[in-house]
Design a protein around this ligand. Structure first.
Ligand SMILES: [Zn+2]
Length: 82
């Protein structure tokens, strides 16, 4: 289950969301205003994905979609293993 927190975007200062993806062991920071995206592995503290704002919108959309599938897969897998 993902816990969602409202935070300030580190890039533009708008309201952004921090998703705690506990089953995937990741934290995702996402801002819809500037398309900032950061995913961290909470175990290692390493950056899994980082998308700075201002890139091609279509490319960004595809990446985010792909990433979402990856995370959903990880969550589904862990839930099955339990
Ligand atoms: Zn932003």
């Amino acid at each position: 289950m993902a816990l969602i927190e409202m935070i300030r975007c580190p890039n533009c200062g708008s309201h952004a969301e921090r998703h705690h993806l506990t089953l995937a062991g990741q934290v995702k920071i996402e801002c819809d205003v500037c398309d900032y995206l950061l995913i961290l592995d909470t175990q290692s503290g390493q950056v899994v994905e980082f998308q700075p704002p201002g890139n091609d919108a279509e490319y960004l959309h595809m990446r985010r979609k792909h990433l979402f599938i990856k995370i959903a897969d990880a969550i589904a897998h862990r839930e099955l293993v339990r």
